[in-house]
Ligand binder design. Structure first.
Ligand SMILES: [Zn+2]
Length: 338
């Protein structure tokens, strides 16, 4: 096989934790092992996980962050079948061994030998990245790579949470805290797709109302307005499901909004993870507190299929080139690798 590849690539690299330490440098492009593929990265998503990785450190150090990306396969390892050079792919970002009990039941997001690409390996904020071939998911022709690059973190996490973990059903009342976040905005869209009535909660409610209603939110309110609206819509009974990835700052409010026999689900704790739980308020209401993390490859393929049929919308807030990352380090942007 003839290999057409630059020996050097530009990459976002940090050698010690801290946003102030990221820089764009030229380094040697990686080579794929026998079961890996080399991906020419076209677009990468920026998410809170990248921010945490840059501030806490990743493996290896110096480290290339980037847990969400899509591109074109440039080279395949000698054992690789199923994907080939020139294929457009999006990267399922959970590493998994394929042999533990969780992998065997189709839950590779829980693999006991797992980890996140971009956290425990170098990631996609670079012109090239090497990933296991089993993590490279082909993108349908009718889906563009910038759309595909929005799926592996925000959309997949929201999908798994809404459908697999929380099991949203038609007619339910769902409250989404952190509604403008990457997961929150997809959660609005998917809860609506499931047939729920959706209340989106944001401190910037008046500013983001139109955008969130465009995603399917029926109501957009501030945290202070939420209790009264939930009471009004449920005759005082509460919400069937509360989605809260904000954490400590919203827990007291979000947990008390849950109806008897309702669910509370989280995929993150942006403002801190330690909360006080009053056990009688849990058992006496038969409330289920649910954790959710990432999603499966099957779910990612499902999202690509729905996107190709235009049943869901990819959420792209902004596009920028690799070299401008440092000045725009807020989550929920798409990064174009030029
Ligand atoms: Zn496993």
């Amino acid at each position: 096989m003839k290999l057409i590849r630059r020996a050097l690539m530009r990459a976002v690299v940090f050698d010690k934790p801290g946003m102030e330490n990221i820089r764009v440098i030229e380094i040697e492009a990686p080579k794929p092992g026998p079961n890996e593929v080399l991906v020419r990265v076209k677009f990468a998503g920026v998410n809170p996980v990248d921010y945490f990785t840059i501030n806490r450190g990743g493996k290896p150090m110096p480290h290339i962050p980037g847990a969400e990306f899509a591109g074109v396969i440039e080279e395949v390892g000698s054992n690789v079948k199923g994907v080939t050079v020139g294929d457009e792919v999006v990267i399922y970002n959970r590493l998994f061994d394929g042999t533990c009990r969780y992998c065997l039941i189709g839950h590779e997001e829980l693999c006991v030998n797992g980890g996140l690409i971009g956290v425990v390996t170098n990631g996609g904020f670079a012109e090239y990245a090497v990933v296991p071939a089993t993590n490279a998911i082909r993108v349908p022709k009718s889906v563009s790579l910038d759309e595909a690059a929005t799926l592996p973190v925000g959309a997949l996490t929201a999908w798994h949470m809404v459908f697999d973990r929380a099991g949203v059903k038609p007619g339910e009342l769902v409250v989404v805290f952190g509604a403008t976040g990457n997961v929150g905005s997809y959660a609005i869209q998917f809860a609506k797709l499931a047939g729920a009535t959706v209340i989106a909660v944001s401190r910037k409610a008046s500013k983001v109302r139109d955008a969130l209603m465009g995603l399917g939110a029926d109501y957009v309110v501030t945290p202070e307005e939420t209790q009264a609206l939930v009471n009004e819509l449920s005759n005082g009974l509460g919400a069937d499901l509360v989605v809260d990835a904000v954490g400590q700052a919203t827990w007291n409010l979000s947990f008390q909004l849950v109806a008897r026999y309702g669910r509370w689900v989280t995929v993150g704790a942006l403002t801190g993870g330690d909360v006080m739980l009053n056990l009688p308020s849990l058992y006496s209401r038969e409330v289920a507190v649910i954790g959710s993390t990432g999603g499966t490859r099957v779910e990612l393929i499902k999202l690509l299929d729905l996107l190709s049929k235009r049943r869901i919308k990819a959420l792209i807030y902004s596009r920028m080139s690799l070299t401008r990352l440092r000045r725009h380090s807020t989550p929920c942007l798409r990064l174009r690798i030029e």
